[in-house]
Design a protein around this ligand. Structure first.
Ligand code: ADP
Ligand code: DP6
Length: 332
């Protein structure tokens, strides 16, 4: 059975930055994210006896071996569980810029976990799907769920997976300022490894995480957007500070990122509840009231082009597309 499966991207409010186990992708710390409606990936997997190797087609283009690496890990785990050896063709469409710090690896590998397990005839509960997605890309473990999700770091494959947190059914949204959607120079994977291995600031980052996580969980329970924003912004700044101490040092920030961050501070001075977060890329995401997304977009359009500003609301978890829906959207 080959169905298209859709998974949405998620943006971490408490970041995952560093692995305790590179092979299994076990993180150094728990992380917590919001899955969003605006960006997603659709993936279909076809196991085919005629294939000699796995193939990945991303947005219609055949991908090289490096891109296949993460995908193969997920396919191998599925084959192992299903007791098959058959190679697969993976077709995937990213409705999100790839490798630009907009979390394509999260939606991409989560959709793959769903599509591959289905194609192999496995009926996996969400917790198992989360572990499977994690093997491909850590942040993908959280994209199995809609709304808020926490990735529990665990100590081995069976204990490291994401779980849903409180419902995101209140007035929270994100406004993306896309300053550059080109492929970044340092991938999240390489960036976090270099930081863990060489940055003297990494220990300080780690030590501050338990406090950030419990404060964030309480703020979410209280549906207190201001506190959510304050904690998330500081958490992101601390994460980015670690990269400056790495050897060689690096940063994902550009002059445009700084301009965008300043624009968010200016919104705050005007009385809006608006805080920013950033991932492994130059783009800035504003945590704000969902009910004020249009107003904030309007204000920022004096400084940024319309196409740079994307509204996002809490999004759904992974789901299989209805064949007619997939047919309609893909045009095939
Ligand atoms: P991002 O910020 O977009 O998550 P990363 O560097 O973390 O950037 O991950 C990008 C990588 O994730 C890509 O180079 C590719 O290897 C993988 N990836 C992205 N989208 C998909 C997809 N739909 N299917 C399979 N792999 C994908
Ligand atoms: C900054 O999940 O892309 O977005 O596990 O190596 O594939 P790998 O890394 P990835 O890293 C995401 C890092 C981050 C923070 C986060 O999403 O928590």
């Amino acid at each position: 059975m080959t169905n298209w499966v859709r998974a949405h991207t998620n943006i971490a409010l408490i970041k995952y930055w560093g692995k305790a186990n590179d092979d299994l992708i076990l993180p150094k710390n728990n992380s917590l994210s919001l899955t969003l409606d605006a960006f997603y990936t659709d993936t279909k997997v076809t196991f085919d006896q005629c294939l000699e190797t796995d193939l990945l087609y991303l947005n219609g283009q055949q991908q090289n071996l490096a891109a296949l690496d993460k995908v193969k890990k997920v396919l191998d785990a599925v084959r192992d569980k299903a007791g098959i050896q058959t190679r697969a063709r993976v077709d995937s469409i990213n409705y999100v810029p790839t490798a630009a710090g907009l979390a394509s690896s999260a939606s991409g590998l989560a959709a793959l976990a769903g599509a591959a397990s289905q194609a192999a005839g496995l009926d996996m509960p969400f917790e198992e799907l989360s572990k499977l997605a994690r093997i491909g890309s850590g942040s993908a473990s959280r994209s199995i769920y809609g709304g808020f999700a926490e990735w529990l770091k665990g100590v081995d494959h069976d204990t490291s997976y994401a779980v849903p947190v409180d419902k995101a059914d209140w007035d929270i949204g994100m406004l993306f300022i896309i300053v550059n959607d080109a492929k970044k120079e340092v991938s999240s994977r390489d960036g976090m490894k270099r930081t863990v291995d060489t940055s003297p600031f990494y220990e300080g980052w780690l030590q501050s995480l338990d406090g950030d996580l419990s404060a964030m969980k309480q703020a979410l329970k209280d549906q207190d957007l201001k506190r959510v924003g304050q904690i998330a912004e500081r958490n992101a700044l601390k994460m980015h500070a670690t990269t400056l101490g790495a050897q060689p040092p690096f940063t994902y920030w550009t002059a445009e990122s700084m301009t965008a961050m300043e624009a968010v501070r200016s919104l705050r001075r005007q009385g809006y509840t608006a805080y920013f977060t950033m991932d492994a890329g130059p783009n800035v995401k504003i945590i704000c009231r969902q009910s004020q997304l249009a107003e904030l977009k309007d204000l920022l359009s004096e400084q940024f082009a319309e196409s740079q500003l994307i509204e996002a609301r809490p999004g759904p978890g992974i789901r299989t597309l209805d064949p007619s829906e997939a047919l309609q959207e893909k045009g095939d």
